[in-house]
Design a binder for this molecule. Sequence first.
Ligand SMILES: *[C@@H]1O[C@H](CO)[C@@H](O)[C@H](O)[C@H]1NC(C)=O
Ligand SMILES: *[C@@H]1O[C@H](CO)[C@@H](O)[C@H](O)[C@H]1NC(C)=O
Length: 331
Amino acid sequence: MRFSYFTLLAAATSVAASPLKNAKRSSSFEWFGASESGAEFGSGNIPGVYGTDYIFPSTSAIQTLIDDGMNIFRVTFLMERLVPTTMTGSFDTEYLSNLTNVVNYITEAGAHAILDPHNFGRYYGSIITSISDFQTFWENVAKKFASNSLVIFDTNNEYHDMDQTLVFDLNQAAIDGVRAAGATSQYIFVEGNSYTGAWTWTEYNDNLVNLTDPENKIVYEMHQYLDSDGSGTSSTCVSSTIGQERVESATQWLIDNNKVGVLGEFAGGVNTVCEEAIVGMLDYMEENSAVWKGALWWAAGPWWGSYIFSMEPPSGVAYTGMLSTLEPYFA
Ligand SMILES: *[C@@H]1O[C@H](CO)[C@@H](O)[C@H](O)[C@H]1NC(C)=O
Ligand SMILES: *[C@@H]1O[C@H](CO)[C@@H](O)[C@H](O)[C@H]1NC(C)=O
């Protein structure tokens, strides 16, 4: 998600949803879940104040989503809060401890927890250019989670407006750092340039086909919104077929290159056109579940208020209005 969170707290369209949830069935996806947002809020205030600028996700809300059937959560955080001095420097032990508590809660429940530095390929506002510093950052982080095979390392959220070779090199450095830490059992989610958009993946990110991992556990994380500019800032979807249309070329890329992907962020407004577009997209992805391992809604988290896509129980707009549409796709 690319825009400042506080500009996103727009009034939600309220559309009555059926209180009846669809009967659960298992899909052929391996994972279905949501981003757990909060620790990256207030990115204009570094380090910021806990409880004022940022918050950690609520474990009881996560438990509700687990009880509903979700089995993967992407835990967002800021690199500047985790390693405040330099990228290779020591951790803020309290921030690390709060982050670790959330991750451990999720994995002790048997779900996957994705560590997501929500940094857009930047540190203190500047594009990360030191490949070796970035590798050390990841080696240091992965050491803390090396024994937990339900953790997933997401190299960085939504690289954009960056040199394409740099995006490749940063992803490869993250993979190398994680493996050097002795974290060998975990999946690594790599992201691409241009906000890792599925709809533009083949245009920008073809070179990422050459990323290598000795453990062979790379998953290509793409994001896709269904509003006109693909930014995820409007509750209006382009059409009821836009979901499938926007992931088709990326799906073909995964097939052609014998890779696997995950839709790490997606959302649409609570209305009939978006619901049809989402169902069409997920049906298509499920037909191609040989290459799509799953999908994560953007987003849950305690501070979304009336945000158009809020998946936070018990009263988030999407939790009350969209969950029953998504449930048939749960793993
Ligand atoms: C960590 O969480 C506790 C509440 O559990 C809070 O008091 C503290 O300020 C947090 N620290 C950081 C650095 O996030
Ligand atoms: C991948 O690497 C091979 C071998 O170096 C190279 O020929 C090819 O052009 C690369 N693919 C892309 C898409 O960059």
